[in-house]
Each structure stands twice: as structure tokens, then as C-alpha cells.
Design a protein around this ligand. Structure first.
Ligand code: PLP
Length: 407
């Protein structure tokens, strides 16, 4: 008899966005004349930069002719993109990352979901609360946690992000082996200072641990004092893997391209105490299970690193940050404490109400959809996430309606 991976039965049943869709669907069905504005979803709304469109067209033409057609590419990505990433994202910021330490992929979601399989099944996990659910759920699926009790999986060290710590968790007293960090953060929009990241790198070095640093929203950092990469912190090359994505930088959520950096100096140990390079393990994993990102897509990603590409993607992130500023100002006028939105496309509003109650209030009174914070973890209770990914017009209308509803 075929049996299932029982770890899947530990996953908490209701999925946040399915719950939201159900409530919004019921509201829309009951109120057909009241159009709803969605400020809840983490998907971009603006079209691709022109440089990417041109690169896609010309790469597609190459695929149409025998002399320039390409089949399977290197699993780790084409050298032209790995070199562009190493030069622009790292060397220019003073970080020592070599092109062959960059693994091109079709998304940061799959990379940060898949990476856990190169680590032992019985390690001590430290995961933020609130959190991008992928980090937690993939470890549940892999059997690294116990059951969920009162909304928390047994065996996980939760790193609490609260108003008291400005939504940047302090290093814990207890040791951990695998630590997930995400800055700029989804869902809180918080960024970590150099001192805070240094404390995490030192903690990881003390504990012979690995930090999985998700920098999917790096392109939104505007404060020059905030590090864009974990590798700006001395010693991080020995303890950190970094994930980046073109999804929110250049509107690639549907095109699909991202990358993961694994320095060659990053080591972990087997049961016998022998050292192994994680770069070699991930290379083995990718060459076995992944067949590379489409050539045309990698060409479009490489176009982002041209001067025109840099200008166009900057304009795109500036546009969303402009929305974020309007949302932040509106929340301030309503007296609602709000973080994020200045170096991130997300705003984290401390509503003073139950998350779902506030969600229902905005839906029913303002026809605006936000994301209940408690859906990202226990510490998200009392908060909602508002996303800046929308048209200026929709943001302005949504804010007018919220102001009226809460007046
Ligand atoms: N990491 C974080 C924190 C995210 O919020 C997201 C997408 O919302 C991703 C990774 C996934 O990015 P990608 O589109 O590259 O899979």
C-alpha cells in the first residue's frame, strides 16, 4: 500500500491567501456593485522594463535560427548572467563573490524551499515570527519539526519580531544550526542595520551555524547605511547563503528568474565530523534536480544590469516606494503606528485590533483587501500587511476609502 509523507499532515490546514480569497469572494458575490481594491497580494502590477522586453525579443529571435539556437544550458546559469551578478550586485558593493558562487534559478521561492535538503534532518531551526511561510512549511514537510500546537510547531526556535524590537529579532540565548533571516522583510517591511546583521553573523560563527539570508527585496533599500547583502558583514562568507530575486526588482514574478549565492568557503559537517563545502552539495543537488533557467529569461535578467536597465528598474522600485510613502502618510494621519515602506514595498500596520477583525473592517467598510498579520505567525496578531504593489490611482482611492471608513 502506497503511503504518504506524514509530515504533510502536520501542515496547518488553512492557507492564508486561500482564506482571504474566500472572504473576498463572498463579499464580492454579495455586493456586486462595490469594486474591491487589493492591497494584500505580494505580486507586482507594473509591466516589464523596456530593456527586458527588447532582450526577450532578441533572445527569442536567436532561438529561431539554427546557428544561435540553444538547448539545455548550464544548470547553474549562463556565465554572462553569473558574471553580471557578481560584478554589479557584489564587487561594486565591496563584497567578494565570484561568478561561480552564483547559482541562477527560476525563483527564490524554490531556492529557499529546496536549500534545506542539503542539511541534516535533525538540526536546530531558528525561524522568524512573523515569517514568509515557505521557510517554515518546507521544514515541516521535511520532518524537522513536531506537530503544530497553538499555532507553533514543536522543535522550532521562533525569532520574535515585535514592536519592542522594531521587528528585527535579537540573537537568541539558545543555540541554533540553521537560521532564516529576511531583510528587507516580508511581511514587516523592516530592515536590519549593519550592527544587527553583524550580531547575527557573529552568532552563526560562534554556533557553527548557517544563515539563510533572503534579500528578495534588496532593490528597495534607499537608506545608504543599510547593508544590501549579508556579505557586506565581515566573516559572512563562512556562515551565510544569500537568496535574491528579479521578481520584485524588475517585475519578473511571471517571467521567473532569481539566484542564490553559496560561497566556496561555506562549510558544514557530517556525522563523523568531516567538513563539506555546501557549494559542492548544492551543485550536486541542482545538477541532479534542476535543468536551468530559460536562456531568453536569463538574457532578460542580464539586461537589468545595463545602464538603461539600472535606470528603468530604479524607476520601477521608486514608483512602488512612492505608493508606500502615500500609505505611510495616510496611516500616520489615522494615528495607526506603521513600520516599513521606506526601504521595502510592504507596510506593517499595528492596528490595535485582532488582525482578521481589522481585515473584515477594511473589506466591509472600505472595500480594501489587506493581509491579516496573524497569517504570518503569532507575532503578526494585531497587525495587517499593506502592499505597495498597485497602480497610483488604486492606492489613492483605497486610502481615501480607508480614511472615510475609519473616521
Ligand atoms: N522571498 C520572499 C521573502 C518573498 O516575499 C518572495 C515572494 O513573494 C520570494 C522569496 C519568492 O520570490 P520568487 O518570485 O523569486 O520566487
Amino acid at each position: 500500500m502506497i503511503r504518504i509523507n506524514e509530515n504533510y499532515t502536520k501542515l496547518t490546514a488553512s492557507y492564508l491567501f486561500a482564506d482571504i480569497a474566500r472572504r473576498v469572494g463572498a463579499y464580492v458575490a454579495a455586493n456586486p456593485g462595490k469594486p474591491v481594491i487589493r492591497l494584500g497580494i505580494g505580486d507586482v502590477t507594473e509591466p516589464l522594463p523596456q530593456v527586458c522586453i527588447e532582450a526577450l525579443h532578441s533572445a527569442t529571435d536567436e532561438m529561431g535560427s539554427r546557428g544561435t539556437f540553444r538547448g539545455y544550458g548550464p544548470e547553474q546559469g549562463y556565465p554572462f548572467l553569473r558574471e553580471a551578478v557578481a560584478r554589479h550586485d557584489y564587487a561594486e558593493r565591496g563584497c567578494a563573490v565570484e561568478p561561480d558562487e552564483v547559482f541562477i534559478s527560476d525563483g527564490a521561492k524554490c531556492d529557499c524551499a529546496n536549500i534545506q535538503e542539503i542539511f541534516s534532518s535533525d538540526l536546530r531551526l531558528a525561524i522568524p515570527d512573523p515569517v514568509y511561510p515557505v521557510y517554515l512549511d518546507t521544514n515541516v514537510m521535511a520532518g524537522r519539526t513536531g506537530p503544530s500546537v497553538d499555532g507553533r510547531y514543536k522543535g522550532v526556535l521562533y525569532l520574535e519580531s515585535t514592536p519592542a524590537n522594531g521587528y528585527v529579532p535579537d540573537v537568541p540565548d539558545a543555540p541554533a544550526d540553521l537560521i532564516y533571516l529576511c531583510f528587507p522583510n516580508n511581511p514587516t517591511g523592516a530592515v536590519a542595520s549593519r550592527a544587527q546583521l553583524t550580531a547575527w553573523v557573529e552568532y552563526a560563527r560562534r554556533n557553527k551555524a548557517v544563515i539563510l539570508f533572503d534579500a528578495a527585496y534588496e532593490a528597495y533599500i534607499r537608506d545608504p547605511a543599510i547593508p544590501h547583502s549579508i556579505y557586506e558583514i565581515p566573516g559572512a562568507r563562512d556562515v551565510a547563503i544569500e537568496f535574491r530575486s528579479f521578481s520584485k526588482t524588475a517585475g519578473f514574478t511571471g517571467v521567473r528568474c532569481a539566484f542564490t549565492v553559496i560561497p566556496r568557503s561555506l562549510k558544514a559537517w557530517d556525522d563523523a565530523g568531516k567538513e563539506h563545502a555546501l557549494h559542492a552539495l548544492w551543485t550536486r543537488r541542482q545538477t541532479t534536480k534542476f535543468n536551468g533557467t530559460a536562456y531568453v529569461v536569463q538574457k532578460a535578467a542580464a539586461a537589468i544590469y545595463t545602464d538603461a536597465g539600472q535606470r528603468q528598474t530604479r524607476a520601477l522600485t521608486d514608483f512602488y516606494l512612492g505608493n508606500a510613502r502615500l500609505i505611510r502618510e495616510a496611516m500616520a494621519r489615522l494615528g495607526l503606528p506603521c513600520s516599513g515602506g521606506d526601504n521595502a514595498p510592504y507596510l506593517w500596520v499595528n492596528t490595535g485590533h485582532d488582525s482578521w477583525e481589522f481585515f473584515d473592517l477594511l473589506l466591509n467598510k472600505a472595500q480594501v483587501v489587506c493581509t491579516p498579520g496573524v497569517g504570518f505567525g503569532r507575532c503578526g496578531q494585531g497587525h495587517v500587511r499593506i502592499s505597495a504593489f498597485n497602480s497610483r490611482e488604486n492606492v489613492a482611492t483605497a486610502l481615501e476609502r480607508i480614511a472615510e471608513a475609519l473616521a
